[in-house]
Design a protein around this ligand. Sequence first.
Ligand code: C5P
Length: 243
Amino acid sequence: MKVIVIIPAAGLGTRMTSAPGALGKKPLVSKQFAGLQGISVLARTLAKFAENREISQIYVALRKGDIASFRERLEKEIPEILEKSPVFLEGGEHRQQSVANALAAVSAGTGDVILVHDAVRPFVTEEMIHDVIDAASKYGAAIAGVPAVDTIKQVERTSVGALIKSTIPREKVVMAQTPQGFRYEVLRKAFDEAEADGFLGTDEASLVERSGHPVAVVMGSARNIKITTPADLELAEFYLQHS
Ligand code: C5P
């Protein structure tokens, strides 16, 4: 069984703005390229998979204009990652298209496991990667997730702001993280169906759910944050200092 990881890293990072409420303004820097103690978030994320012996190959989807410059940056930051011969390819307009482009490029067969992991989650652990691979291989599809600690409200967006429609029992909810792992044939079918139906999801599991395949959840971690805003970068610096 081969395990291949796809890292979508072609986002523009429109939420990585300096001021609250500055949504839509040009980001200071796409979050995957932000520096954390002198090393980019993306290099830190890639290192977790490059040093993992269960992973056979790494595919990274980037914006076309970032491919050459990121490779150069990687040579300076963590050159050991290049020893694993990662494949850099062009991403798409949406995360799903970026993953689809990588999925079209991988050489995998029935029973192989494809992991998808956000470029902006550098605190993924070896244990989490192992647990997702294990469950994906066993059940066909599995993701890392954490229980919700806040009370979850369903809302309606109105011109005066959000209005609560109902409260979703917390025990019925998990917060989806990545890695998300799938047997190749399960993910391939889900992507083909989504494309045929014009469905656009915000994670890979949502495509697999709608294709009718059950998706298991294994324990993620509160530290496995998705670096999305400048405040997340501050938290990431704190974790690095205290790890
Ligand atoms: O911000 P968002 O939740 O879409 O980002 C999740 C991940 O998907 C990030 O790692 C981002 O770089 C990636 N992405 C991508 N191609 C896009 C949009 C997002 O690879 N077109």
